[in-house]
Design a protein around this ligand. Structure first.
Ligand code: SF4
Length: 378
């Protein structure tokens, strides 16, 4: 079985006010030591359980994985190499916060086998960075980027957020032009969504967030797509743009609904049609794992219909869409037979494009992807 391996690191230097990820402000270094011990335990348990797993990609995400020292990250990856069969050409990505990198750490990341760096820049405007609660400024991003290049990173992604409070199209254009001028290999563009439980949500409820209107957001997104395509990036997934041969192999595993193993607090796994999640709370995760149990919180075996729907929804996120042949090969039934009503309705609405070989989102469909996805779920 081929797998993607995800390792979650839930700690951050501070909690950003918009963030609803499973991340927590680090209070003391001991939390990291206990967490790493628990990771080792969980990795060991799965290495015994999944003897035949061949890992094609590794992704260290968070939180802020680079809050760990270079040596800690190095040791964790060596431990994974000892316990699992990791493909020698595996793409190994680490998410990095520009405020947490230095030359020594970057060198150790390379030595540990990491070959892709994902920089959480979010904006190149210091005013927005401050409002977003980021620990870095625009110059820190530029410094980290060039330092990473000098150290040997040949594959760098930059994460950018848009539709920020008080942001207009010109502000976004300025940020994106600066990002592109660095010549990254990959760009991820996420629109800010206000999630319950966050500081931004409370401000939003009090009427204190001046968010762009839907029309403004639509204009921003359209401009982003055109601008990045003109600059040599392929828009291969709703929020992701890559230079040739630089698509995220790890994320493609998710979008192709292929198996992956998630290690760490709140990490999801999807193996042999069974999907489950680990305990989100790091304290609970550590406690369960150190007591010798697998830290599974909940899980479900997906029905055939649910697997088909998920394959469609995930596949439609990508430029490749969902191919009829592949669908039939995977599920033994025709996509058009099973989802004829939904497909025709969405084609008539101009949100889906249907060819002889596949279905895919139109430009409007990309913007209204949630409307499209709901149609298949309902
Ligand atoms: S650094 Fe990333 S994970 Fe951590 S709080 Fe900010 S947005 Fe969330």
């Amino acid at each position: 079985m081929e797998l993607g391996l995800y390792l979650h690191f839930p700690y951050c230097i501070s909690k950003c006010p918009y963030c609803d990820f499973n991340s927590y402000q680090l209070e003391e270094a001991n939390q990291i030591y206990s967490y790493i011990s628990a990771l080792y335990r969980e990795i060991t348990a799965y290495s015994q359980k999944l003897k035949t797993g061949n890992i094609k990609t590794v992704y260290l995400g968070g939180g802020t994985p680079t809050i760990l020292s270079g040596t800690q990250i190095f040791n964790i990856l060596k431990f994974c190499e000892d316990k699992f069969t990791i493909d020698k050409n595996a793409e190994i990505t680490i998410e990095a916060n520009p405020g947490t990198l230095d030359g020594e750490k970057l060198k150790l990341l390379i030595e540990s086998g990491i070959n892709r760096l994902s920089l959480g820049a979010q904006s190149f405007n210091d005013v927005f960075l401050k409002k977003l609660g980021r620990i870095h400024n625009a110059q820190d991003i530029i410094n980290s980027y060039f330092l990473a290049r000098e150290t040997g990173f040949a594959n760098i992604n930059i994460d950018i957020m848009f539709a920020l409070p008080d942001q207009n199209t010109e502000d976004l254009q300025d940020t994106l032009k600066k990002a592109v001028s660095l010549k990254p290999d990959h760009l991820s563009l996420y629109n800010l969504t206000i999630k319950p439980g966050t500081e931004y949500y409370r401000e939003y409820k009090r009427g204190k967030l001046n968010l762009p209107t839907e029309d403004e957001e639509y204009d921003m997104y359209n401009w982003v797509i055109d601008f990045l395509e003109e600059n040599g990036f392929e828009h291969y997934e709703i929020a992701n743009f890559a230079r040739p041969h630089k698509k995220s192999m790890h994320n493609l595993i998710y979008w192709q609904n292929k198996p992956y193993l998630g290690i760490g607090a709140g990490a999801y796994s999807y193996i042999r049609g069974y999907r489950y999640m680990n305990y989100e709370n790091p304290v609970k995760y550590i406690k369960e794992t150190m007591s010798g149990k697998l830290p599974k919180d909940n899980g479900e075996r997906l029905s055939l219909r649910k697997r088909m729907i998920e394959t469609i929804i995930l596949g439609l996120r990508t430029k490749d869409g969902v191919g009829y042949k592949k669908f039939k090969k995977r599920f033994g039934v025709s996509l058009n037979d099973i989802f004829c009503r939904q497909i025709n309705k969405l084609v008539n609405l101009g949100l889906l494009e249907k060819s002889y070989v596949k279905i895919k989102l139109t430009r409007d469909g990309i913007f209204l992807a949630n409307v499209v996805f709901r149609e298949f779920v309902d």
